[in-house]
Design a protein around this ligand. Structure first.
Ligand code: PLP
Length: 359
């Protein structure tokens, strides 16, 4: 298998793919694939409920939070959140940390007032603002943060305490990569396709009181209360994706749970950050040390020429996805939960070898 460092959709564990392969044509003796099955069948309901309850258990989600499996990606949540939760006279506050926060802000502006509670724009978003920099307006309906900026490679080390103001987190690129106190948040959401499974399903974890009733003027599919009332089965769900999320969760459980995932992610990323830090300036990390991500490692070389050569040679040696996003440039290695330690070891070795040959 390739050394897959794609930013998303991203690597899935081989064991998960193999189990899906085994069950692909005949799921649990039903004589059909899970994707051929009615979403109203008891078998699929078991898959849907099983994935929810395992996520609840692994992530420590309190009972007064709902878990929803929606479609439209995290990008649809950028709009659904203000549509449902930004009430008249209130402001949607954001910590502006980079590319994905920017998209969330732009969508919220379509629906009401927004405020920037803190930003690291002056530093080209190479860091997460200090918690002490965050100023939440009095009339904030909520404060939205992007837990991990996938493109810049920055991540919150700790989340802001917002008191009475609801904290909403886009955890698309770091959900389940480390333990989180879910009760700090009113809502957490994430596209599944990095840490939780394939694309096609978006996970929303939301405190019940926030979604009891959505504004009556909203379209049915864009109201949280529709999906809460119907256990995410209002319309045909992305059943195969939900099933694969369930398999991914079982894999996380078998690996020892979310705390074990964090340790593994720390071990993996240390290999690559060490290769950067011990290169005598040959590789330069993009993110500030205190904001470094455990999921997306962004770094640069002395010239764009050398960066191109790095990408080319890495591809020849079986590495995939190391070219940085065009807005930041340079290189990016995405080391989500399913990326094995061996891939990171191989990358650190390749980096050392490339440096020797080009310094
Ligand atoms: N938020 C973050 C932090 C992301 O990394 C991404 C995708 O890469 C998104 C949101 C958008 O997710 P989707 O493609 O599921 O709409």
């Amino acid at each position: 298998r390739a050394y897959n460092f794609n930013a998303g959709p991203a690597a899935l564990p081989l064991e998960v793919l193999q189990q899906a392969q085994e069950e692909f044509i005949d799921y649990a003796g039903a004589g059909m694939s899970i994707m051929e099955m009615s979403h109203r069948s008891s078998v699929f309901e078991g898959v849907n409920d099983g994935a929810q309850s395992l996520l609840r258990e692994l992530y420590g989600i309190p009972s007064h939070y709902k878990i929803l499996f929606l479609q439209g990606g995290a990008s649809t949540q950028f709009a659904m959140i203000p549509m449902n939760l930004l009430t008249a006279g209130k402001t949607a506050a954001f910590v502006h940390t980079g590319s994905w926060a920017d998209k969330a802000i732009k969508e919220a502006k379509l629906f009401g007032d927004t405020a920037i509670a803190a930003t690291s724009e002056a530093d080209r978003f190479n860091r997460i603002p200090q918690l002490s920099e965050i100023r939440v307006p009095d009339n904030a309906a909520y404060l939205h943060i992007t837990s991990n900026e996938t493109i810049e490679g920055t991540q919150y080390a700790a989340y802001p305490a917002t008191g009475d103001v609801t904290l909403i987190g886009d955890l698309s690129s770091d959900i389940l990569s480390r333990p989180v106190d879910v009760s700090q948040f009113g809502m957490i959401y994430a596209g599944a396709q990095k840490n939780l499974g394939p694309s096609g399903v978006t996970i929303v974890i939301v405190r019940e009181d926030l979604v009891e009733s959505s504004p009556k003027t909203l379209p049915t599919m864009l109201r949280y209360d529709t999906h809460v009332k119907n256990n995410s089965l209002y319309n045909t769900p992305p059943s195969f994706s939900v099933y694969l999320v369930g398999l991914m969760l079982k894999w996380v459980q078998a690996k020892g749970g979310v705390a074990a995932m964090e340790q593994l992610n720390r071990d993996k990323t240390k290999l690559i950050y060490d290769a950067i830090d011990q290169s005598g300036g040959f590789y330069r990390g993009f993110a500030d040390l205190g904001s470094r991500s455990l999921m997306n490692i962004t770094f640069r070389l002395g010239t764009e020429e050398l960066e191109k050569q790095f990408v080319k040679e890495s591809e020849q040696q079986g590495f995939v996805g190391l070219k940085g996003h065009r807005s930041v440039g340079g290189l990016r290695a995405s080391t989500y939960n399913a990326v094995p330690l061996e891939s990171c070891k191989a990358l650190a070795e390749f980096m050392a070898d490339f440096r020797k040959r080009n310094e």
